[in-house]
Design a protein around this ligand. Structure first.
Ligand code: PEP
Length: 248
């Protein structure tokens, strides 16, 4: 199955218009010959300036969250039209930091995912188990439950990018081994096959996320079910270009 790899950065709550534009300017020539799709998901307020900075390059600018309602009294939230006005194509949904610190639940992840799809954009939908859950041997049970609720009512699952991000590996410097990541992502693909259809599952892009860096990207990307990465810390530096060029 030919799935085009997809490497996306998640700047989280980092960078300013000035430092972000400088980094994008430096990244542009370094990633121009990438064989994968490339995106940087930036803080909402930086989307206009980063879109301008990335103009004429293969770097797409994405968002880190989106509300499911088209507009209204939802202080602090961002809607689909606001993102689309700047040409945003990708929106991270259900990142573990949003689940952990901002009350995001599988139900709200499901609403946001469906709203991103309805608006014609691509959700990068994050799932993953905690360390206690992995050590308790319930990783597959946890991921199954997340997939069942998060993807409920989604019509075309091939339009969703899944980011498998073991919570214990995010921002900790502790990466899943190539084998652990492959095994778990293969399980996720199998589960999507059961929930939708095996042919659809073969088309779904599934990224690995969790301390992926310039040193470990080659091994992770060599795994047959790993189609890309969601990169936090390393997307704030030129290392991001090394990850994008993992196959060179
Ligand atoms: C992330 O933000 O999704 C992430 C994986 O972060 P880090 O690469 O820093 O672990």
């Amino acid at each position: 199955m030919n799935r085009k790899p997809f490497i996306a950065g998640n700047w989280k709550m980092n960078m300013t218009a000035e430092s972000g534009a400088k980094l994008i300017g430096e990244l542009k020539p370094l990633v121009k010959d990438a064989d994968c799709d490339v995106a940087l998901c930036v803080p909402a307020i930086l989307i206009p300036a980063m879109t301008e900075a990335a103009k004429g390059s293969n770097i797409k600018i994405g968002a880190q969250n989106m509300h499911w309602e088209p507009k209204g009294a939802y202080t602090g939230e961002i809607d689909a039209d606001m993102l689309k006005e700047y040409g945003v194509e990708y929106v991270i949904i259900g990142h573990s930091e949003r689940r952990q610190y901002f009350g995001e639940t599988d139900e709200t992840v499901n609403k946001r995912t469906k709203a991103v799809l309805a608006a014609g954009m691509t959700p990068i939908m994050c799932i993953g188990e905690t360390l206690t859950e992995r050590e308790g041997g319930i990783t597959e049970k946890v991921l199954s439950a997340q997939l069942e609720t998060d993807l409920a009512g989604v019509e075309d699952v091939t339009k969703v990018v899944i980011a498998y991000e073991p919570v214990w590996a995010i921002g900790t410097g502790r990466t899943a081994t190539d084998e652990q990541a492959q095994e778990t992502i293969a399980f996720i693909r199998k589960k999507i096959g059961e929930l939708f259809c095996p042919k659809c599952a073969e088309k779904v892009i599934i990224q690995y996320g969790g301390s992926m860096n310039a040193g470990n990207c080659k091994g992770l990307m060599a795994q047959p079910d790993i189609d890309g990465g969601l990169i936090g810390g390393a997307s704030l530096k030129l290392d991001f270009a090394t990850i994008v060029n993992y196959n060179k």
